[in-house]
Design a protein around this ligand. Structure first.
Ligand code: UDP
Length: 331
């Protein structure tokens, strides 16, 4: 049994990673300010510390109270569109909080760190599927903030011996197959929950952001990876860090789906039409983002178990249908 500090453990991907750790009998301390995350998303088996990462004294206290085997760092500002409006805020917050957290971990002698990174590192990629050797060229401040954090960790690795894994998520979607956690953002900007809510009549028609891309049906192609598979990638990365040095992995299902294909999957799985209308392109959307996750598979044995789009939609649908108000903690 090990003990882990999980920042952002009350958020979408973080809460699923907490479940994966608890399911293995590990001890988990969640540090979350609950601005994006939800108290109800933290299982009672975990300890919740409600605190700001900016509160360095409090963070130091957490490291003084518990000895952690590793830190899993999910907490971040993560909306690409918002980062285009407030670039300096995004960069300052994400970079400062992440690197101060790593500094606190190192001071406390905790030299294992797993970072939630992003496919946004690759901007408009020079090739697809996107492997770890593709050009890093973020096209928005959110992606660039994660690039800066990755670079900071690399220095901490060289100078302090920090062993880190950076996991570049593609499109996280779906929910815990046992229904213990789900996706609840405010505002919701992601395609899968928006399409499901439109089908359930809880939102107006979905707007498709452009159908004039160079893809077979003209809509953008993304790699939707089940959030439970993503959570398992963290378990795999932690095991890898025990025996090897730092690593960087792209995490996706390896299959691309267009916006229209996602809508079709929601209609197939839910048995209801998704009202939708065509709209203009959304600024900053690359046409195709699909991961090559071969390195993660080869080096850790990770393999997606809930990889099909229908399984992703089925679990997402079940959670949203059962939780019309999400976690129910918003006005
Ligand atoms: N999308 C869309 N309408 C929406 C939300 C998203 O057409 O209301 C498209 C978006 O342009 C992208 C894909 O769905 O091609 C996935 O978007 P999402 O915001 O879920 O994730 P992102 O790829 O931006 O991380």
């Amino acid at each position: 049994m090990a003990r882990y500090l999980v920042t952002g453990g009350a958020g979408f991907v973080g809460s699923h990673a907490v479940l994966a750790l608890l399911d293995r009998g590990h001890e988990v301390v969640v540090l979350d300010n609950l601005t994006q995350g939800h108290r109800a998303a933290v299982p009672s088996a975990a300890t919740l510390v409600e605190a700001e990462l900016a509160d360095t004294r409090r963070v130091a206290e957490v490291f003084a109270t518990w000895r952690f085997d590793a830190v899993l760092h999910f907490a971040a500002l993560s909306i690409v569109g918002a980062s285009m409006r407030e670039p300096l805020h995004y960069i300052a917050e994400n970079v400062a909080h992440s690197l101060r957290l790593a500094e606190a971990a190192i001071k406390a002698g905790c030299l294992r760190f797993v970072l939630s990174s992003t496919a946004a590192l690759f901007g408009d990629p020079d090739r697809v599927p996107i492997d770890e050797d593709c050009r890093i060229a973020p096209s928005n401040p959110y992606g660039d903030s994660k690039r800066m954090v990755e670079e900071g960790l690399a220095w901490a690795g060289r100078i302090h011996g920090l062993r880190f894994a950076t996991l570049r998520y593609f499109n996280a979607a779906g929910s815990d197959p046992a229904g213990r956690a789900g996706e609840d953002h405010d505002p919701e900007t992601h395609l899968v929950p928006l399409a499901i809510d439109a089908a359930l009549g809880r939102r107006p028609a979905l707007t498709i952001f452009g159908d004039d891309y160079a893809t077979p049906d003209g809509t953008c192609i993304r790699d939707y990876v089940h959030v439970t598979d993503l959570a398992e990638a963290h378990i795999a990365a932690l095991a890898r860090l025990e025996t090897h040095g730092s690593c960087r992995y792209n995490v996706g299902s390896g299959h691309g789906a267009s916006v229209k294909e996602v809508i079709a999957a929601v209609e197939r799985v839910g048995g209801r039409a998704v009202p939708h209308a065509m709209g203009p392109r959304r600024a900053g959307d690359p046409a195709i983002l699909v991961a090559a996750s071969d390195r993660l598979r080869a080096e850790t044995g990770w393999t997606p178990k809930h990889g099909s789009l229908d399984e992703i939609v089925r679990t997402a649908w079940a959670w949203r249908e059962a939780h019309p108000k999400g976690y129910g903690d918003r006005g």
